[in-house]
Design a protein around this ligand. Structure first.
Ligand SMILES: [Zn+2]
Length: 249
């Protein structure tokens, strides 16, 4: 109920607010062919009345629960950035776009293993933000998983805490431009007990505009690793998703 009240408060706010709260939008680790456990809660939270809302899931796993919850609806734009075919298996392809009124309003951006901040930055700039600009949501919700970090035991991506700060900054700017700064970050996955706190702190610090940093001992080390910049083999995955944005109105 606290989350419902928080989102409702943001929708009614005349000035931008940003915050972090806890609890998944919908169980992201939803077995295929099983109704999402929290579908109705998610709809109540995110779409209590007809308003345009966007959910961006950057958890490393496909946001299949959120996709299923809003599969036939165009009042919630769902976007998932995830490691291709990590979990669930055979889920989260570019071709899963929604049905009926919802066709075109589910956007999957699978990325190959080993994607770093270059691929994520390009994904935001070339797919996510153009999609938001076309959709013009009244609220942006981020399913903020931290399992795309290089330290995560279940993911194979290369982000560090600085990456999460940069991605948060990009969405804050988009929210300020498009929906009076209404941006909600909801913590999802992340399985490195030692590293998730650094990523979480980076997001909160960015949202708050705080100067109080948590010194991340792995930031520079991870940033030096190869493949952090956008790689030639990653671009086609992003380009394929970018071509789908024109369906959004
Ligand atoms: Zn996950």
């Amino acid at each position: 109920m606290r989350l419902v009240a928080t989102v409702a408060g943001l929708l009614d706010a005349t000035e931008g607010h940003r915050l972090v709260t806890a609890g998944p939008v919908v169980d992201e680790h939803l077995p295929r062919m099983q109704p999402p456990r929290d579908t109705h809660d998610a709809i109540d939270i995110l779409a209590p009345e007809p308003r345009r809302q966007a959910v961006i899931d950057w958890d490393v796993h496909h946001g299949n629960g959120t996709q299923q919850a809003f599969w036939d609806r165009d009042d919630v734009l769902t976007i998932s950035i995830h490691h291709d075919n990590n979990y669930p298996q055979d889920s989260g392809g570019h071709d899963e776009r929604g049905v009926d009124a919802g066709f075109g309003y589910n956007l999957n951006i699978p990325l190959p293993a080993g994607s770093g901040i270059g691929a994520y930055r390009a994904t935001l700039q070339e797919v996510v933000i153009p999609a938001l600009e076309r959709y013009r949501p009244e609220l942006i919700v981020v399913a903020c998983g931290f399992d795309a970090s290089a330290m995560d035991p279940l993911g194979c991506m290369l982000l560090n805490s600085r990456s999460y700060a940069q991605m948060t900054q990009a969405l804050m700017k988009a929210a300020e431009r498009l929906c009076a700064g209404r941006l909600v970050m909801i913590h999802e996955g992340g399985y490195s007990e030692g590293y998730v706190p650094f990523c979480g702190h980076a997001v909160i610090q960015t949202l708050c505009g705080s100067q109080i940093a948590a010194v991340d001992p792995m930031n520079d080390e991870i940033a030096r690793w190869g493949q952090q910049s956008l790689q030639d083999h990653q671009s086609p995955w992003i380009d394929k998703a970018a071509a789908l944005v024109k369906s959004i109105r």
